[in-house]
Design a protein. Structure first.
Length: 244
């Protein structure tokens, strides 16, 4: 596993966070993309990642004994993480309006659980070499598609309105994470923020990840380099797991 963030070419602050870690009963990959501007988004993403990891330090084997227990525990983690950031924003004007996307993966022996809030993403490369996006973005355009509303009406929306987030950690008192469960039949598990997937084509992502000439750390570095070579218009966050 390897994880890395970069400020990109156009931003003054790096509001992305990414990490990977091994726990007693699972492995963890995380990506967060802070929102809310200077001294807000960066605080929110760091707080989110740290709170998440601290809560997972308390995870017992019993919390992982069944699908229902795992889902219940993951929802608890998201609720507590959201509450810590929301409370700070409500009680301190300096941090009012801050928030962050959050996507994280818990890799168990046979299955992987992915939790998503916002528009950071999780992909896999399977054993047929298919590059598959697992998560759906929590934004306006996706909401319109999912509800089968008149898609042609979106032409009247500004670009910023189409991709405006419908939920994120810290913005509201209650969030509704989407939780995915997949079998561990993939070669690579790949998490990233929009600063990566908006700047690098899928084919280029796959080419870099599958290149056996690179170490896992070098693959993450090459992905970020590619995003910057293509303009680096946003912060970039990447977390990657390779299965042997």
């Amino acid at each position: 596993m390897a994880a890395l963030t970069d400020i990109g070419k156009c931003r003054k602050n790096n509001e992305d966070c990414a990490t990977c870690s091994v726990y007693p009963f699972f492995s963890l990959l995380v990506c967060c993309d802070g929102i809310g501007g200077h001294k807000k988004g960066d605080v929110a993403s760091v707080m989110c990642m740290n709170k998440l990891m601290n809560l997972l330090n308390e995870c017992s084997e019993d919390n992982l004994k069944s699908h229902n227990k795992i889902v219940k525990y993951l929802k608890y983690i998201v609720k507590e993480t959201n509450n810590s950031i929301y409370t700070l924003g409500m009680n301190n004007d300096k941090y009012s309006g801050m928030g962050t996307t959050l996507v994280f993966a818990i890799v168990l022996k046979d299955v992987t659980y992915i939790v998503n809030i916002g528009d950071s993403r999780c992909y896999i490369i399977d054993y047929d070499d298919e590059f598959i996006q697992l998560t759906k973005d929590d934004n306006v355009i996706t909401c319109i598609k999912d509800k089968n509303r008149n898609y042609t009406r979106t032409i009247y929306l500004k670009e910023s309105e189409k991709f405006a987030l419908t939920q994120a950690i810290g913005l509201r008192e209650v969030v509704s994470p989407t939780i995915y469960r997949i079998e561990n039949n993939y070669k690579y598990l790949f998490l990233c923020t929009d600063g990566l997937y908006n700047m690098v084509k899928d084919d280029d992502i796959v080419e870099i990840i599958k290149n056996d000439m690179f170490t896992i750390k070098e693959k993450v570095e090459k992905l970020i380099q590619k995003a910057n070579d293509n303009g680096g218009k946003d912060n970039i966050g990447v977390s990657l797991l390779e299965v042997y």
